[in-house]
Design a protein around this ligand. Structure first.
Ligand code: NDP
Length: 335
């Protein structure tokens, strides 16, 4: 432990997060669900979605924007479409309420969509897709946010950071999972750079005059983030807007911002989760073993690793070293 940081055991993360959430108005079920999500982020070394998020979660509980006693409702609108009304709560309680039923539906139908609405997503997306892959399914999820990213060629925020996650089941071991913002850098990471007084790489964002900058504060205060890969990432950000918004009858990022009260938490939105059961989608004569062939061929090249392996490596590091957070954050969340 240094003067500036505090080192926690993983179990302490649960105790601290749950106490803060319950003090801010979450009931036991909602606090447990959010705590588990925050704990998974810290377990896997994803600081930007761990305890760092607790002040934001609590801010929106205290303001009453997010329902801390949410009881999500499920409904089938078509044989392979599961509607999930999140009851105005945070996404972890919606996931907890739907993932078992949804996985069963995908196994039965071969392909199914979970249309998650009336919810507030403030987390990484890999937990939901990875959990589906642990049940033998391939899954894609995406959600929008608030305007933060300029469309390619533009200079004002319009798209959210719009993460897209994908997971593929393996016969043995952990699924192969990637989870990436459509923005070059997740907003939480830019905030952490600002907090720590560190510059971001070029290509992450522009200032309010539209010039590229390495100053995280200039990007966050009046500037805009940029999509990864220029116009290609910009099109993916647009696709995420459409899949998580209009397709589900939910907000675009720009609409989410119109009703948001800026209390530190996320804006209301939807989440699109599409999953496939390879046992139903592939030809009966095929084993699907060529997925493993692809992974082995990738790994045969020096310098290549599979997405998700970094997270597993960070998991092992956290298990050895504990969770290190700034003392200032600890002071903000400890009740
Ligand atoms: P990163 O750029 O850190 O990583 C994106 C993906 O690329 C990860 O799956 C990562 O796997 C993989 N990856 C990284 N390096 C390599 C490599 N050398 N070889 C192969 N794969 C690699 O993530 P982002 O900054 O884009 O996003 C961070 C998080 O923010 C995401 O979890 C996202 O869901 C979340 N987010 C949430 C939002 C919300 O509204 N809820 C909004 C925006 C973002 P690995 O983990 O193994 O390194």
């Amino acid at each position: 432990m240094s003067g500036e940081t505090v080192t926690l055991k993983l179990d302490d993360v649960k105790t601290i997060a749950k106490a803060a959430l319950m003090a801010a108005g979450a009931d036991n079920a909602n606090a447990e669900a959010i705590t588990h999500t925050v704990w998974m982020a810290e377990r896997d070394g994803c600081a930007s979605h761990g305890l760092f998020r607790i002040p934001g979660y609590c801010g929106s509980l205290r303001s009453g924007k997010v329902n801390g006693t949410a009881r999500p409702r499920l409904e089938r609108s078509a044989p392979s479409v599961l509607w999930v009304d999140g009851d105005g709560g945070y996404s972890p309680i919606a996931h907890k309420s739907m993932l078992d039923d949804f996985a069963e539906l995908v196994h039965a139908q071969g392909v199914a969509l979970a249309a998650v609405t009336n919810t507030f997503h403030f987390a990484a997306l890999w937990p939901e897709v990875e959990m589906l892959s642990k049940r033998g399914l391939a899954a894609i999820a995406c959600t929008s946010y608030k305007p933060t990213v300029a469309p390619h060629g533009g200079s004002r925020p319009l798209f959210g950071t719009n993460p897209l996650a994908f997971s593929w089941p393996r016969p043995e071991g952990d699924p192969v999972t990637f989870d990436q913002a459509s923005a070059t850098m997740a907003r939480g990471d830019i905030q952490i750079h600002a907090r720590d007084g560190k510059p971001v790489p070029l290509g992450v964002g522009i200032d309010k005059a539209g010039s590229e900058t390495r100053d995280p504060n200039a990007i966050l205060d009046g500037g805009a983030q940029l999509a990864f890969g220029g116009y290609k990432g910009s099109s993916i950000a647009m696709m995420v807007e459409l899949l998580a918004g209009p397709l589900l009858g939910e907000n675009l990022s720009l609409e989410a911002a119109e009703t948001d009260i800026e209390d530190g938490g996320p804006a209301r939105g939807g989440e699109f989760i599409l999953a496939f059961d390879p046992a139903k989608t592939r030809q009966p004569s095929k084993s699907g073993g060529n997925a493993e062939r692809l992974f082995q061929a990738m790994l045969a090249q020096e310098g290549v690793r599979l997405p998700g392996e970094g997270r597993l490596r960070r998991r092992a590091e956290v298990a050895r070293n504990g969770v290190v957070i700034p003392r200032s954050l600890m002071a903000q969340i400890e009740v």
